[in-house]
Design a protein around this ligand. Structure first.
Ligand SMILES: [Fe+2]
Ligand SMILES: [Fe+2]
Length: 274
């Protein structure tokens, strides 16, 4: 690299003016020292910014965790409230969560999403909070006007869960609203059909139906596994195979034994918690 000197230095060299050369070098050293200090100050400032940034990120993460915990707690408290009103046991709710998670995993849902389905599906009947006791706890069959009120639990559940930012509660809202819709459009409350019904609703429809068939209720005896499977796959006077997502029905044919195992392992006498 060709170095060029200022003309006065070239002159000083030519004149062998040592004093001028020394003072020039001293000035250049001072300039370099000043720049070094500026650089060090800039580095100190950058380090301070990095520390501040880490603090902000940490407190954001802490806030997000607190919000997630609060949302989780909301879901748990809603579930506890709903159990005071529901004729169904905690074991039913727990099993529906387990079947739904299994079906979701088989559909290749991510582990995180399947876990969310597991929790959200347990709130499927939270709307029964708003159904009168006389209907909810009636020992015999419901008449048509009572059924109309009972069917409202889907709308009530959706209203209770609506408006949250939480992915868990949003999913629970979709499930509460659609777990009684039928794939062929004959369900309630909105007669949605096919893909209009969110996948979570279609999954919980299958899980809830299997478990409801297996359980003893005031108005029906418990059914064995083979009978419950036959009703879902072939239909009876109330249920039709067309009520279910065909893809889920094919899946059910391959995994109903695992449903049976869940039912056997999670009995009604156990105290299951969300
Ligand atoms: Fe329901
Ligand atoms: Fe249920």
């Amino acid at each position: 690299m060709l170095l060029t000197c200022p003309p006065e230095i070239s002159d000083a060299i030519a004149r062998s003016d040592l004093h001028s050369l020394q003072s020039y070098i001293a000035r250049q050293e001072q300039i370099l020292l000043d720049r070094g200090e500026q650089l060090a100050a800039a580095q100190r400032q950058l380090k301070a910014f990095a520390i501040d940034f880490r603090h902000v990120r940490r407190s954001e993460r802490e806030r997000a965790n607190e919000v997630a915990q609060a949302q989780e707690e909301t879901a748990v408290r809603l579930l506890k409230a709903s159990r005071f009103r529901d004729e169904e046991t905690g074991a039913h709710i727990w099993r529906v969560g387990l079947y739904a998670r299994l079906a979701c995993q088989r559909l290749n849902g991510s582990g995180r999403y399947a876990d969310r389905i597991f929790r959200a599906s347990q709130l499927h009947d939270v709307g029964k909070i708003g159904v009168p006791d006389a209907i909810l706890r009636k020992p015999g069959k419901l008449d048509e006007s009572e059924w109309a009120l009972m069917r409202e639990h889907t709308r009530i559940g959706a209203q209770v869960l609506d408006g949250s930012n939480s992915p868990l509660l949003k999913t629970a809202c979709r499930i509460a609203a659609t777990h009684h819709e039928h794939y062929d459009g004959t369900g309630y409350p909105n007669r949605l059909a096919g893909e209009q019904i969110p996948i979570e609703g279609r999954i919980v429809k299958l899980a809830d139906t299997y478990d409801a068939l297996r359980m003893r209720r005031a108005y029906k005896p418990l059914l064995d596994h083979a009978t419950a499977v036959a009703i879902i796959l072939d239909g009876d006077d109330r249920s039709r195979p067309e009520h279910f997502d065909p893809q889920l029905l094919r899946l059910f044919e391959t995994m109903h034994r695992e449903f049976e195992e869940i039912f056997r392992n999670c009995g009604d006498d156990a105290a299951w918690e969300l």
